[in-house]
Design a protein around this ligand. Structure first.
Ligand code: CTP
Length: 410
């Protein structure tokens, strides 16, 4: 098995005494493992044991000059492909949910772009407290994976849910999170976010797409080993690890970038919200009211933008091309018409009238609409999970094609 870079981070709970077993299992599976501890965790598990197991120094202070000189905490966050937090106390979950970073472990968790797997361990009342429930939901919605906790006898004497998952189960969950390099060798182009169409040098027309869905797809494809190009409209989102990003503004710029990059791609996912129209002529400088008749409105003439997806599909060859359909009514029939009109392999239909799906939220409720007329409705999931399911389907479609068994739903 290929060695992956895993950071195992421990926080201060009695279950930390099992941390060496988690680390040993991951090392034995051939991975490159490093450890970081909160100062409290060092009271339950010896850094020296973890150092011996990983053959690497174990960090436990945020600003210790000698530790920072060996590898600073940002480098550690960047180095990891996966961060496993075991045990994750209620305190660590709360800090992670709210973005606090007042020790080494939480600072690394905030700085990393790697996947995060947490193995909670705490008293049952703490686990069931509404504050913890909210934090857990928030983290799940953000794509953080959970191993456990399990029910049983707790160190504090209570019986109930809160026991850390078994070390081997945590190691198995880590393997799952890392995923197989199932898209190695494939070149994937993903588009994301809305385009911005200039009215003048100051103003523009755009839409509410945040780009999160496309960014998650790009990140997931990279985790699966693909070479990923992300063509992104204006968005403050940071680039997922391992992804090459091309920033564009207008639909015309996006078209040029996508058509160029698509030539060498095998998979194209068009999650961008491309503006359908642009001002007929962008005015240089700023349109001034004093140059207009007083108390009158202003008419903006718009012309159509090219449909990039339809253009791509017209010369699709054996590429897999996936489109998105943002609809506010008649979701499935509208998506089916769009699929037929554009000729892509799959449409991801998105009901943008829902508050918990679509624009600017971490969750999404989508349906996969296939050319054969089949519709697969997914439950409300984090955008990361939607990305994962979508790439599973794309991989299955490619496998089916390789086996020569045609098109349609996989
Ligand atoms: N799309 C595109 N070029 C455009 C418009 C849309 O490539 N000029 C792509 C989007 O990236 C998405 C799909 O087409 O994958 C559907 O986009 P959507 O905005 O839902 O549909 P439209 O084709 O714009 O149709 P309408 O706005 O009428 O629903």
């Amino acid at each position: 098995m290929e060695a992956r870079r895993i950071l195992v981070a421990g926080s201060g709970g009695i279950a930390a005494y099992k941390l060496p077993e988690v680390v040993r299992a991951l090392v034995q599976a051939g991975h490159d493992v490093r450890c970081a501890l909160t100062p409290e965790a060092t009271r339950f598990v010896s850094p020296l044991v973890l150092q011996a197991l990983t053959q690497s120094p174990v960090r436990h202070a945020l600003f210790d000059p000698s530790e920072e000189s060996q590898i600073d905490h940002i480098s550690l966050a960047d180095w990891a492909e996966l961060v496993v937090v075991a045990p994750a106390t209620a305190n660590v979950l709360a800090k992670l949910a709210h973005g606090l970073a007042d020790d080494l472990v939480t600072a690394v968790l905030l700085a990393t772009r790697a996947r995060i797997l947490v193995a909670p361990a705490m008293n049952v009342n703490m686990w069931e407290h509404p504050a913890t429930r909210e934090n857990v939901e928030r983290l799940r919605g953000r794509g953080v994976a959970f191993a456990g906790p399990e029910a049983g006898e707790l160190a504090c004497g209570w019986v109930g849910q809160g026991r850390m998952a078994e070390p081997l189960d945590i190691a198995a969950a880590a393997e799952l999170e890392l995923g197989a390099e199932s898209l190695a060798g494939a070149r994937v182009v993903v588009t994301a976010a809305g385009t911005r169409e200039a009215i003048d040098d100051v103003r523009s027309l755009t839409n509410r797409s945040s780009g999160r869905m496309g960014f998650e797809i790009a990140g997931e494809a990279a985790r699966r080993g693909a070479e990923v190009v992300l063509v992104a409209g204006p968005t403050p989102l940071s680039t997922p690890a391992g992804v090459e990003r091309l920033d564009v503004e207008s639909a015309l710029e996006m078209r040029d970038a996508v058509l160029r990059e698509a030539e060498t791609a095998q998979i194209i996912v068009k999650a961008a919200a491309v503006a359908d129209f642009r001002p007929a002529a962008a005015v240089h400088g700023k349109i001034k009211k004093e140059n207009l008749a007083p108390d009158t409105g202003m008419t903006l003439e718009l012309v159509r933008n090219p449909d990039i997806l339809a253009e791509l599909c017209a010369s699709k060859g054996d590429r897999v091309v996936v489109g998105f359909a943002a609809e506010s009514e008649e979701l499935i029939p509208a998506a089916q018409r769009k699929l037929a009109r554009k000729g892509c392999d799959l449409i991801v239909a998105n009901d943008v009238s829902r508050a918990d799906a679509g624009f600017d939220v971490d969750t999404n409720a989508v349906s996969f609409v296939w050319p054969g007329g089949e519709v697969e409705e997914l439950p409300l999931l984090s955008k990361r999970d939607v990305a994962s399911r979508l790439l599973d389907r794309i991989e299955a479609l490619r496998a089916k094609r390789r086996a020569g068994s045609g098109e349609g739903r996989v």
